[in-house]
Design a protein around this ligand. Structure first.
Ligand code: AMP
Ligand code: GLY
Length: 424
């Protein structure tokens, strides 16, 4: 069997490594993949947003199944185009991917179907937004409507910051057309939990929960990034909370999408905040999270391809989705300067003796003589699993220290908040 995976980051590397455990898969193509993924799949230089190029390649190479991992191609309709060309696909169609593609859509969906989320207002003109801010509770949260590389959210601690945030999105267009409409919402507090769930539009099977670390530096200092590390499971997410989320959030969301004629099939990502008033949705993503996937999939005991196929075919209810009882920790090594300006082209050397560590390569390319060179902000994710979280963290950092990459930096406190959970 031949599989095609669209995307080229650490998340796609984790998906590919997990798919490879299925022995009936003889070939995996990554479009475009990266220098590290090249060790596990054939990388083809077709960009993840080049929908025509992806479909042409899939048809010409008689691919049996495709996995579309990143948000952009999903929102642009890659799954619709591949399915129309006869290629079965894992991932939502464009109509369903709007749950991530438009924050205005997802907020209105939650309001209409009483799914718990922060109170909000939508604005399409700047004057009304600025008028509203004169009396809005502070801090407040300002979100650009469309995709913005995970950066379209500004938490304003003062009224002045809020005004500047609105102007930067609606006047200066720092997120381009994504800022044509904005959402201004209530600031919530509480531990954050990421829950990725497989769904075929009828059944929801959540994966093990996880916790992202979004700020660049230790103790949650510095700018927001795509994610500097993850742990799983998330200790704040108890069985009781999981049941409450299933009843009040997960199933109502699937039902709401069906009722809107936008059946969601694929991986639905619930970004949750456990507030004093109960769990609330901070955001939906229409895809696997990055770097959540790098801790979730190493704990998956069932076969990923079987689940993906069942999700697409509508048989998820009859398909086993089992996770080990262990824990995982992933530490991201990024280029110095990320998430702002950074340099690329530094050699990365991975240890020969891996001691069970998994190295998921995100931003790297191969030189002509086969060396792995940094080529992005987030460069590498190092994951270890173990029976306990403390052990997984310890082993992950031991593996990180064996990586040679002189322009790299990483947070040294991934998982520390989780270790203290229940004690604060
Ligand atoms: P997002 O891109 O929607 O994941 O938002 C980025 C981060 O902003 C989230 O992980 C939260 O930490 C924070 N955030 C988003 N919305 C809110 C909110 N309503 N209240 C508090 N924090 C928020
Ligand atoms: N780690 C957050 C995301 O994938 O959006």
């Amino acid at each position: 069997m031949k599989i095609l995976v669209v995307g080229g980051g650490g998340r796609e590397h984790a998906i590919i490594k997990s798919l490879k455990k299925n022995k009936s898969i003889k070939k995996i193509y990554a479009l475009p993949g990266n220098g590290g993924i090249a060790a596990d799949a054939e990388c083809v230089d077709i960009g993840a947003k080049d929908i025509d190029g992806i479909v042409k390649f899939a048809v010409e190479n008689a691919v049996d199944f495709a996995v579309v991992a990143p948000d952009d191609p999903l929102v642009l309709g890659a799954v619709d185009a591949l399915e129309a060309a006869g290629i079965p696909c894992f991932g939502p169609n464009a109509k369903a991917a709007i749950i991530e593609g438009s924050k205005v859509f997802s907020k209105n969906l939650m309001k209409k179907y009483s799914i718990p989320t922060a109170r909000y207002e939508v604005f399409s003109d700047m004057e009304s937004a600025l008028e509203y801010l004169k009396t809005a509770p502070i801090p407040t949260v300002i979100k650009a409507d469309g995709l913005a590389l995970g950066k379209g959210v500004i938490i304003a601690q003062t009224r002045e910051d809020a005004v500047n945030a609105v102007k930067s999105m609606m006047e200066d267009k720092i997120f381009g057309a994504s800022g044509n409409n904005i959402v201004i919402e209530e600031f919530l507090t509480g531990p954050e939990v990421s829950v990725l769930a497989f769904t075929d539009g009828k059944t929801v099977k959540p994966m093990v929960s996880s916790m992202d670390h979004k700020r660049a530096f230790d103790n949650d200092q510095g700018l927001n990034t795509g994610g500097m590390g993850t742990i799983a499971p998330n200790p704040y997410y108890t069985d009781e909370i999981a049941d409450e989320c299933m009843e009040k959030i997960f199933l109502p969301t699937i039902n709401a999408m069906n009722a809107e004629g936008r059946t969601f099939k694929g991986c639905l990502y619930f970004g949750l905040m456990l507030t004093p008033d109960g769990p609330k949705v901070i955001e939906y993503n229409c895809r696997f999270g990055d770097p959540e996937t790098q801790v979730v999939l190493p704990l998956l005991k069932s076969d990923l391809f079987t689940i993906m196929k069942a999700t697409r075919d509508g048989n998820l209810a009859d398909t086993e989705v089992k996770f080990s009882n262990g824990c995982a920790c992933c530490v991201i090594i990024a280029s110095k300067g990320y998430p702002q300006k950074y340099e690329s082209g530094f050699e990365i050397s991975l240890p020969r003796c891996k001691n069970g560590a998994e190295f998921f390569v995100a931003g790297a390319k191969l030189s002509d003589d086969g060396k792995l060179l940094s080529a992005g902000g987030r460069v590498l994710g190092v994951t270890q699993t173990a029976d306990t979280l403390a052990e997984a963290i310890d082993k992950a950092y031991k593996a990180v220290k064996k990586v040679k990459f002189e322009n790299g930096f990483f947070r040294s406190d991934i998982g520390q908040r989780a270790l203290k959970a229940g004690k604060d």
